[in-house]
Ligand binder design. Structure first.
Ligand SMILES: O=C(NC/C=C/[C@H]1O[C@@H](n2cnc3c(NCCO)ncnc32)[C@H](O)[C@@H]1O)c1cc(-c2ccc(F)cc2)cc(O)c1O
Ligand SMILES: [Mg+2]
Length: 214
């Protein structure tokens, strides 16, 4: 079947990374994206900021919107304490199939639940179907015009714990203007911008970290 960029990325992981070694999977993907084909992973520079937010928070229950090839899924999952879990949502079955293999190559599959489907349908099912009480951490990296509606959905479904952290990728490039305007002006959030660069480039981009105040 036709080769796609995610499939070529997966082949690079299987060729260059060591099974069960998440760091080797992360660096194999970063190398592939720098030297072979750019891909929309959060990347190493913004990835280090993601790592520090996750390590400081030590979240028990995390949500990722937009798995793509599983790069940030692996970055987050490798830092989670035993018993903690990450639910990641991906509605493209081809991307989901690649991500499942990247996640298991890294050996973090026991901490990750990849659910195929659109976030708009799945978020309201988190409590009943997935036994989630509230999320401690949410990483937003899916369609940029869906950050705000999905944040409102998480609020409406009572899925954010007081003190929960939302970390949004690409708030500059491609940009998420409606989301930024909302989250920076809402009295229910305390936000901070972490300046960085678009993955594998010198273009400015950054992450917005927002604490839900309840
Ligand atoms: O567009 C970007 N990301 C989108 C990610 C989409 C992934 O998430 C999945 N997805 C989307 N919506 C939903 C959904 N729910 C919503 C729909 O129901 N529910 C579940 N899964 C969903 C897709 O299937 C993909 O797997 C981006 C672009 C650049 C970029 C910058 C500069 C450039 F020049 C070019 C590109 C850089 C980045 O870091 C970026 O993240
Ligand atoms: Mg992104």
């Amino acid at each position: 079947t036709r080769s796609t960029r995610p499939k070529r990325l997966l082949r690079a992981v299987q060729k260059n990374a060591t099974r069960g070694d998440p760091l080797s999977v992360i660096s194999a993907i970063d190398h592939f994206c720098r030297h072979s084909e750019w891909a929309m992973n959060v990347g190493d520079e913004k990835g280090s900021i993601l790592d520090s937010v996750v390590s400081e928070l030590n979240p028990n229950t995390s949500l990722e919107l937009g798995t793509y090839c599983g790069y940030s899924t692996v970055r987050i999952a490798r830092l989670l304490p035993p018993g903690a879990r990450l639910i990641t949502l991906e509605f493209n079955p081809d991307y989901a199939a690649v991500a499942r293999q990247v996640i298991s190559w890294a050996g973090v599959q026991d901490k990750v639940e990849l659910v195929e489907g659109p976030s708009g349908d799945l978020i309201p099912q988190m409590k009943e179907r997935f036994g989630v009480e509230t999320f401690d951490f949410v990483f937003l990296d899916h369609w940029k015009d869906r950050y705000l509606p999905d944040t409102n959905l998480l609020e409406e479904c009572g899925l954010l714990r007081k003190g929960a952290v939302l970390l949004a990728d690409n708030v500059i490039c491609p940009g998420t203007p409606e989301y930024l305007a909302y989250i920076r002006n809402s009295p229910r959030y305390e936000s901070r911008y972490f300046q960085s660069h678009l993955e594998y480039t010198k273009v400015e981009d950054g992450l917005e970290k927002s604490v839900f105040l309840g």
